[in-house]
Design a protein around this ligand. Structure first.
Ligand code: UN1
Length: 515
């Protein structure tokens, strides 16, 4: 099915779209991971296109930053409403291009709407502190200014929401931006950017010489080599916000640091749930299944490891194996499906390798496994069977330390909570974590300084599915960035400390007498 035949094809109209049959080397073809069909093709943009986008974004930023923040918020409100209007179509497009099931595709669009609403409120709350000066007749305060034009790099797994987290905040903060989406999901990017541009075209805010309001939301669909490298090395972009693998983040972080730019990195996770003897096992089952097989294990917050107390490990394992046996894998558009395809065949190979290594490293494959992958060998979609791996007591297989972007769950057992927390924290990544317990002491222990070392720590909730209102991100190899809610907006602004002397004298700080 070609996107041109979709009922909402007008959302994806773009001069760069070409017929997949006519796509050459200079194009990227967007493929439906459930069917293998080409949805559309996009001609890749060049460094020259990037140059012109940055120039235009810089020009219009001068005008955009002059608009009072609540006025920018009003425009973001209209963009959020436009997302709302197209919620179902956009959700379907996310499902078609990325492969997550439709309720999750729509859920992703809801995240975009939520962050737009959040940003509208924020546009009246870009607060700075007032300090008390040590000098008489002096006033001291801080204020926040826009950064300028920022770069946003996003991954395939959340092809619309992560852009919206960055873009909606960045816009109310007075920035303009250049978005480089994953080349696997260019159509979602085009649709979102088109919606933003439609709203911007309706705004009569600038004279022609002040810049084109559409250039506030720039989109570049280009290769990592030609465009990505240029972008991260570009001193005109004071902030690069990048989501993706730890490998990618290490490269982006280093390149941006070389020019002393700021980076906001949201990288891989290897998230664990600890299940204590008092845990409500019905909740556990629901939390673990959603966390581990939801989005086919392709969230950075997906649950990858379970630490079960030895008194419950057999029960939890038996219940999970039973539940996994009933998880419907298939067409992500079908309302009975819970697990859609992986994004591409390399991901399927990655899952196969992980399972093979787990077996080689002494683990027991309880369900799914390589047979569960082979079972779909004749399918045009990248389907796999969610897999549970039991780690023998006392073992620490190397493969469970890696983030395999697929539904593979490793079950460990533990005797005391301290050991479980230590094991949970012992991996390189530090994004999300959870404990299921009815013990207040265990919960507080988990949330204490000696507890989880992750950016997200939940009690009786799984590791994935965070709300936009909290700051999202993690520690260690997850990159340290925080996106979305709370005070993440500050990263899109520069802080200025201002001291005003309204007296007739010039007293110096620290009581220094000079001359
Ligand atoms: C991601 O996988 O990069 O908390 C983002 C969650 C979603 C966002 C995940 N709200 O699972």
């Amino acid at each position: 099915m070609n996107v041109k035949t979709l009922p909402f094809a007008s959302l994806i109209e773009h001069p760069l779209l070409v017929d997949p049959a006519a796509a050459g080397d200079d194009c990227v073809v967007s493929t439906n991971p459930a069917t293998g069909e080409a949805l559309g093709a996009v001609r890749l943009q060049s460094r020259a296109d990037y140059e012109s986008l940055v120039e235009r974004a810089q020009l219009v930023q001068k005008s955009w930053r002059q608009l009072p923040a609540p006025k920018r918020g009003e425009i973001v409100r209209r963009i959020g409403n436009a997302f709302r209007e197209h919620e179902q179509e956009l959700g379907a497009l996310v499902t078609m291009e990325m492969g997550k099931i439709l309720p999750e595709g729509i859920g992703e669009v809801v995240e975009c709407i939520d962050i737009a609403d959040f940003s509208v409120g924020l546009s009246r709350q870009l607060y700075g502190l007032t300090m008390v000066s040590e000098r008489p007749q002096h006033r001291m305060y801080e204020q926040w200014h826009p950064l300028g034009t920022i770069g946003i790099i996003t991954a395939f797994n959340f092809p619309v929401a992560v852009w919206a987290w960055n873009a909606m905040l960045a816009a109310v903060c007075g920035n303009t931006m250049i978005w480089k989406p994953s080349l696997v999901t260019p159509l979602c990017a085009i649709a979102m950017n088109n919606i933003a541009h439609r709203v911007m075209r309706e705004q009569d805010i600038f004279q022609p010489e002040e810049g084109d309001p559409c250039d506030i939301f720039g989109l570049i669909i280009g290769s990592d080599d030609e465009v990505g490298e240029t972008m991260i090395a570009d001193r005109r972009l004071p902030l690069i916000s990048a989501t993706g693998s730890c490998r990618m983040g290490r490269h982006v972080g280093t390149q941006v640091a070389k020019r002393l730019g700021k980076s906001l990195l949201e990288l891989g996770g290897n998230n664990a749930i600890i299940i204590t003897p008092s845990a409500d096992l019905d909740l556990v089952l629901r939390g673990v299944v959603f966390g581990a097989v939801g989005t086919a294990g392709q969230r950075c917050t997906s649950t990858r490891r379970l630490f079960c107390h030895s008194s419950v490990v057999d029960d939890v394992t038996a219940r999970l194996v039973k539940a996994y046996g009933q998880v419907p894998v298939g067409d992500p558009m079908d309302s009975s499906t819970l697990v859609g395809p992986l994004i591409n065949s390399q991901s399927v190979d990655g899952m196969r390798n992980a399972i093979t290594k787990a077996a080689e490293q002494g683990c027991e494959i309880l369900c799914g496994g390589t047979e569960g992958i082979d079972q779909y060998a004749d399918s045009a979609g990248n389907y796999v069977t969610p897999t549970i791996v039991r780690v023998p007591a006392g073992q620490d297989p190397e493969i469970a330390r890696e983030e395999t972007f697929a539904p593979v769950l490793y079950i460990f057992e533990y005797e005391n909570l301290e050991d479980a927390v230590e094991a949970q924290n012992s991996v390189d990544q530090g994004l999300s974590s959870a404990i299921f317990t009815d013990s207040m002491r265990e919960a507080e222990r988990f949330l204490s300084h000696d507890g989880s070392d992750c950016g997200i720590a939940n009690v009786n909730i799984g590791t994935s599915g965070a709300e936009i209102g909290g700051a999202f991100g993690g520690e260690k190899d997850t990159g340290g960035g925080r996106e979305s809610g709370s005070d993440s907006w500050r990263q899109y602004m520069r802080r200025q400390t201002c001291t005003l002397n309204w007296g007739d004298d010039l007293p110096l700080a620290q009581g220094i007498e000079f001359g």
